[in-house]
Design a binder for this molecule. Sequence first.
Ligand SMILES: [Zn+2]
Length: 229
Amino acid sequence: MIEGLLSLVYPQVCGVCGRVLVEGEEVMCVGCRVLLPLTRFEERPEWNGLTEKLMTLRAPVERTAAYFYYQRQSPYSHLIHRMKYNHLPNIGRKLMREYARTLSERGFFEGIDAVAPVPLSLTKHVMRGYNQSYYLARGVSDEVPIPIIDALKAGRHGTQTRLGASERLANARGIYSARPGGLEGVRHLLLIDDIVTTGATLCACLEAIHQAAPDVKLSVLALASTRLQ
Ligand SMILES: [Zn+2]
């Protein structure tokens, strides 16, 4: 009821085009939803545009998937922007929940016994107030009963934006480490990220886990991914 009353004052709007949503629409309007640039990576979870970004990875990976393609300036980038910077992490949680439904029907989660979000550095976490990838992990666990664990910690973030691909990876490798004891009892971990661009962050996180616990199988799920160049 509270949600109903709130919607009178603050009507829910489409996260893409900003149009007021009607009953039955969630996160985005029907028009934007039919044009959502789906990756369909889940049709080939062992080899797709995301696994190709992990070519330099020094660890085996089982399955990968991402919901839609991300492109700067595209109207769909508003979804990501709102989720990350406008204090609307539940946009990501809802989107991930609906994608998890599709993935679940395809058996993507089979054998996976824990999900872990890519962590934010303490500075970023304090400034933003939340880790958007944690909300994405919650979206998964809303749909399938897999616990969320805190498997990784992030050290100091240098800025990545002005670095080339190999420098980015070297830089990222120094940032993430596995939490001692954080992977106890885990056999197959699903790492959750928001957007995959170069794949450097994912590689660094997966390698940190693989180093700490080489027997743990690894899979990756992202909300969005840029297209391969
Ligand atoms: Zn719309």
